[in-house]
Design a binder for this molecule. Structure first.
Ligand code: UD1
Ligand code: UDP
Length: 386
């Protein structure tokens, strides 16, 4: 039996953790014990609690309740809390997801006391270090022992940074790197039918299949820069008005908090009076899946939502200057439009006019979580991880 400590904190990590917890429950309960630590980075009911029951994620064994603050303070509080837990629990591995401050804190705490790190979503790069996430993911990758990359590009990025296809035994100085598919693809496949049965979101907001656009905005450079935020909302207004199409925006609390202050008065008034723009609170994952599946198009700066757009074969306008998911852009289902009003509108027109390209399975087969669990067990059984 191996013991793992899983660190979650931000919304997408809670959702990702569902895939590994489900694999453990179904296939590996005799071989893996999981302790879940919630850092408390996200804490609103709709950013955290809502997901646990809906996605059958075990309740966290620990909650550090760190809440929101500057990156330094937030990360430091997490490091302190995670270190205490690791010293007490002495796990075989710590599992870290993605690139948030919770990921970074786990990486620092574990690497200093020689606990092997399993990094899920390794190798992804934007090559833009102005993004806090880029710093977090690079630092985490470089102290990890088992690195699981969801895409071939991610795997190749690791090779470019000097990682090698080493032979086990693996350790922090001789890490193992894998291309294994995406656990979020596992989740989307698994929860897709369940969402059809359980979610009532379309009725709630009177939405019809393929007759609305879904949008999410939460990146700090978009929310905190009034110029960018104005460009985004001007484009959204223009799209809704030109085609008389509804745009549903489940808004992250970060965006909601700055909307009135960071939008020009005219754009703000126009947005809230535009009955085609439905600003709604963050939704549950099942509701989100149903919105994605039934939308005509998706506009987002989210990493996870870009991928889910691809999983459900929806065209996606990406409100960033680059993306880690380059395959989506290469195949024509995603367009980088940055926070540029005319590029966003042009991308919308483009997707309205073209026949959509065909879907390629580039995120695995929906069994990434099983692969990861299996590999942790194998490496541990053979005492290959030090
Ligand atoms: C974080 C991650 C980002 C990820 C996103 C997922 C970092 C550096 N960023 O960004 O990579 O894409 O989560 O959603 O870790 N807030 C609330 N209630 C909450 C949580 C946050 O009101 O439950 C508000 C607070 O005002 C807070 C702000 O949102 O200051 C930002 O939250 P924070 O966790 O610092 O960063 P995110 O923007 O959510
Ligand atoms: N999501 C959700 N409800 C929402 C918005 C997003 O369940 O109101 C899900 C979405 O389906 C995806 C994940 O949250 O699985 C993405 O998280 P987010 O956009 O916050 O972060 P990112 O992926 O950019 O790090």
């Amino acid at each position: 039996m191996i013991k793992i400590v899983t660190i979650i904190g931000a919304r997408p990590q809670i959702i990702k953790a569902a895939a590994i917890s489900r694999a453990i429950k179904k296939y590996f309960f005799k071989e893996i014990t999981e302790i879940i630590v919630h850092t408390g980075q996200h804490y609103d009911e709709r950013m955290s609690a809502i997901f646990f029951e809906e996605l059958s994620i075990p309740k966290p064994d620990y909650n550090l309740n760190v809440g929101s603050s500057n990156h330094g303070i937030q990360t430091a509080q997490m490091i302190k809390g995670i270190e205490e837990i690791l010293l007490k629990e002495k796990p075989d591995y710590i599992i870290l997801y993605g690139d948030t401050n919770s990921t970074l804190a786990g990486a620092i705490a574990a690497s200093k006391i020689n606990i092997p790190i399993v990094h899920i979503e390794a190798g992804l790069r934007s090559y833009n270090k102005a993004m806090p996430e880029e710093i977090n993911r690079i630092m985490c990758d470089h102290v990890s022992t088992l690195l699981f990359s969801p895409t071939k590009t991610g795997f190749n990025n690791l090779l470019k940074e000097g990682f090698k296809e080493n032979k086990s035994p693996y350790n922090i100085d001789n890490p193992g790197i894998y291309h294994c598919g995406d656990i979020m693809y596992d989740n989307s496949l698994y929860f897709s039918e369940i969402a059809e049965k359980k979610s009532g979101i379309l009725t709630k907001y009177q939405l019809k299949q393929n007759e609305f656009i879904l949008g999410t905005i939460h990146r700090n450079n978009n929310t905190d820069d009034p110029k960018r935020l104005n460009a985004i909302f001007t484009a959204i207004n223009k799209i809704s008005e030109s085609e008389r199409i509804t745009i549903v925006l489940p808004l992250h609390p970060r965006t909601n908090k700055v909307l009135q202050d960071n939008l020009d008065r005219e754009t703000y008034i126009k947005t809230i009076n535009n009955h085609l723009i439905k600003i709604i609170p963050p939704v549950s994952f099942l509701d989100m899946i149903l919105l994605e599946k039934n939308s005509e198009m998706i506009i987002t700066d989210s990493g996870g939502v870009q991928k889910e757009a691809f999983f459900f074969q929806k065209p996606c306008i990406i409100i960033r200057s680059e993306s880690e998911w380059v395959e989506i852009i290469d195949c024509g289902l995603g367009i980088i439009a940055d926070a540029d009003e005319s590029r966003i509108y042009k991308a919308f027109k483009h997707f309205k006019e073209i026949k959509l390209p065909h879907y390629n399975a580039i995120f695995g087969k929906g069994n990434a979580a099983e692969f990861i669990c299996n590999e942790m067990i194998t490496q541990s059984k053979n005492k290959k991880v030090k």
